[in-house]
Design a protein around this ligand. Structure first.
Ligand code: CAA
Length: 293
């Protein structure tokens, strides 16, 4: 059955090579997923060789773990490892790709620059997908020569296990791009839903509402540990464990986007702002408070 809002799948174009912009944790998780499910060459790029190499190393290490668990055999492990590579030259990396996804820093100007650069080296039919969790697809595509091939393709952390994929149609996104996005999502074995191009789409808007409230509860004096315990039993992951998984900067950005769009419904915790400003990796203070000091 075709997912609601998905165009005729006969419009989908084949994906024979995937490019990934970025080689951070999200980008590396995406590389692993594409290699395992599509079994096509996947090229990661980053600003320098060291970062790009780290992305490939992550994929290789995860494949080794699957091998050790007996989930895949040696042949498959070798084949999948050989499919992932990295490259700092975008022309070499993406010149013959037909699906490029960006997973770089969550900032509109950065993402626009990335797409403008990628557009110079890919064919007019190459899909440009973005893993943004909150930004407007329409705006991201606006200055491109071919805005019709831009689509939101939003995964959740940890990518290997979270089943959902939000597919976002911008104002200009055409049916062939959308059909390719749905077909690719299906090949990746994700549950695909079409969502509106509105701030934080659906999942992060719901999650943001919840994280706003738990941030307020902690700012009112409850400890992080107690807030997390209160949540046990109703969701798989306590809110502050989830915050650590997603990363405080991304969580803060999401809350700010939502507060900007719907000021009366969202709350930006001052403690979370301090944590992000302090660039601390730990979110539990010594007394169990959400504070970097
Ligand atoms: N990376 C890869 N695989 C992971 C993983 C990770 N970080 N964490 C767990 N897994 C795998 C485990 O290896 C295990 O796989 P196998 O069964 O094949 O061995 C499987 O997940 C289950 O793991 P566990 O039994 O150890 O743990 P669990 O039952 O607690 O489940 C979980 C782990 C699925 C991550 C669960 O805690 C969960 O669903 N958490 C909620 C996560 C969530 O809400 N994510 C959305 C974040 S919002 C977001 O990402 C949006 C954004 O844009 C910011």
């Amino acid at each position: 059955k075709r997912p609601a809002g998905a165009p005729d799948k006969s419009l989908a174009r084949p994906v024979t090579k995937v490019g990934i912009v970025g080689a951070g944790l999200m980008a590396s998780q995406l590389a692993l997923l594409f290699v395992r499910r599509l079994e096509v060459p996947v090229v990661l790029t980053d600003l320098d060789q060291e970062r790009a190499d780290k992305g490939v190393a992550y994929v290789h290490a995860e494949i080794d773990k699957l091998l050790a668990k007996g989930r895949i055999n040696q042949d498959k492990a070798n084949r999948h490892k050989a499919l992932v590579s990295c490259e700092t030259d975008k022309q070499v990396a993406f010149g013959d790709a037909d699906f490029v996804i960006e997973a770089v820093f969550e900032e509109m100007a950065v993402k626009k620059t990335v797409f403008a650069d990628v557009e110079k080296v890919v064919s007019a039919e190459c899909v440009l997908a973005t893993n943004t969790s909150s930004l407007s697809i329409t705006e991201m595509a606006a200055d491109l020569e071919h805005p019709e091939r831009v689509v939101g393709f939003h995964f959740f952390n940890p990518v290997a296990v979270m089943p959902l994929l939000e597919i976002v149609k911008g104002e200009a996104t055409d049916d062939a791009t959308l059909a390719t996005a749905f077909a690719t999502g299906k090949s990746l074995k994700k549950t695909t839903i079409l969502v509106k191009d509105s701030p934080s789409f659906i999942v992060n808007r719901l999650l943001g509402r919840f994280m706003s409230e738990v941030g307020r509860i902690v700012d009112e004096g409850t400890s992080v540990g107690v807030a997390d315990s209160a949540f046990a039993g109703i969701a798989p992951m306590p809110p502050f464990v989830l915050l650590s998984l997603v990363g405080p900067a991304i969580a803060l950005h999401n809350n700010e986007t939502l507060k900007g769009a719907f000021p009366d419904r969202f709350y930006v915790s001052p403690a979370l702002e301090r944590i992000v400003a302090a660039k601390k990796g730990a979110y539990y203070g010594p007394d169990g408070r959400l504070d970097p000091e």
